[in-house]
Write a protein that binds this ligand. Structure first.
Ligand SMILES: Cc1ncc(COP(=O)(O)O)c(C=O)c1O
Length: 379
């Protein structure tokens, strides 16, 4: 984390906790790393990772397009001015409203099943998502390209779907593959792209290969880029990519205050954030770095427990900390992706505020919800 500790204390005091904070410099640096590795590939940010409008505006300003998977995400893209070639509309079960919004904005659709050929708005631009049927090195819930996963068409179906798109009057741009999220082993990408290359004889040359996202934070981007470009070369295609997590994860930190501690079989450090603010540890067993923002000589291992009445509401286990005191701050790192985006109102908890650090000062980029916000749609 590059935000100075004093600035983190200021933010927590000014905006309250739990609080998501983002470092603009780290967001820019992540995009620069992607561009350095992937060269002229077109970058579409998968906004499901973090759809905050201020972050979207910053990425849009840097020339990044968006991958959207719901009417709400399409509306966000439109709100920041993205249109036409800057928009991909994806999803395994698109609604009529999503097709209509995508058509109105001249987006490119990612076709996820054979029947979609007949559901697309007339004369759409489309890519065909292929499921390469591979096991990958990530949590089962994060694997999207395994045999039996609900995503994409099979390798056997893909050439026929491209043909069917053309026959139906659409522009069949090419193929799309996304095998999962937080993938640690670059060989998984090599294997997936390799399966796509085998389709070349049947598909002929294509205009676009979309290699998806899914890169773990420590993944060898240059290795993935080399393989992706080689596969694009097989088809004579240009390369598109869809990073989500890689662009925003490290930029984000969840600040939470210690509420107290408890020794009951294990050592629990009780904090004011939990599964409602950061669901990844409970959902995927995700491990986030945790840093105490207070001093103390002696360290013991503590489990970081949230306020929800759910025994799974733990943010981390066995974290060496100086003795936790009520009011002190903990910084939970690598929380910029699928953190705020997945936060919920369970237990009528108000979703947290979000603040952006520009190296000198803070701006509030989402105010904390009030209980009235939470029940505003109810009668
Ligand atoms: C089609 C598609 N593209 C890109 C992404 C982004 O993945 P990640 O955030 O792991 O880079 C996802 C995530 O689910 C996805 O489904």
């Amino acid at each position: 984390m590059t935000i100075p500790t004093a600035a983190l204390h200021t933010a927590a005091e000014r905006f309250g906790t739990p609080l998501y904070v983002y470092d603009a410099a780290e967001l820019d640096a992540a995009l620069a790393r992607v561009r350095a590795a992937f060269g002229p590939a077109r970058v579409y940010y998968a906004m499901k990772a973090n759809p905050n409008l201020s972050l979207l505006r910053r990425l849009h300003g840097a020339g990044v397009g968006f991958e959207c998977v719901s009417s709400g995400e399409i509306a966000r893209a439109e709100a920041v001015g993205a249109i036409g070639p800057q928009l991909l509309v994806n999803g395994p079960a698109k609604s009529d409203a999503e097709y209509a919004a995508g058509a109105r904005l001249s987006a490119t659709f990612i076709v996820d099943r054979v029947e979609e050929v007949n559901l697309l708005p007339p004369q759409s631009r489309a890519l065909v998502r292929v499921n390469p049927a591979l096991a990958v090195s990530t949590h089962d819930h994060l694997a999207t390209g395994a045999a039996g996963s609900k995503f994409g068409v099979t390798l056997q179906q893909a050439p026929n779907v491209l043909d069917a798109l053309r026959v139906a009057g659409h522009t069949a741009l090419g193929l799309h593959v996304h095998i999962g999220s937080a993938i640690r082993d670059a060989h998984d990408f090599t294997a997936a792209f390799g399966r796509l290359s085998e389709l070349r004889q049947q598909t002929g040359p294509l205009a676009v290969l979309d290699a998806g996202g899914g890169w773990g934070l420590d993944a060898d981007l240059y290795g993935i880029a080399r393989e992706a470009w080689a596969t694009a070369g097989v088809f004579g295609a240009e390369l598109w990519v869809e990073p989500g997590r890689y662009l925003v994860a490290r930029a984000g930190t969840l600040l939470t205050r210690v509420v107290g501690s408890k020794r009951a079989g294990r050592n629990f450090c009780l904090v004011d954030a939990g599964m409602t603010e950061l669901m990844r540890p409970m959902l995927y067993g995700a491990v986030h770095p945790v840093q105490a923002l207070w001093d103390g000589q002696e360290r013991e291992n503590w489990d970081i427990a949230g306020p929800a009445c759910e025994s799974g509401d733990l943010l981390a286990r066995d974290i060496p900390l100086p003795h936790p005191k009520r009011g002190e701050l903990l910084a939970i790192g690598e929380a910029g992706a699928y953190g705020a985006a997945m936060s919920s109102n369970y237990l009528t908890r108000s979703r947290p505020a979000e603040a952006l650090w520009n190296g000198e000062k803070w701006s509030l980029i989402r105010r904390r919800e009030t209980p009235q916000d939470v029940w505003a749609a109810e009668v």
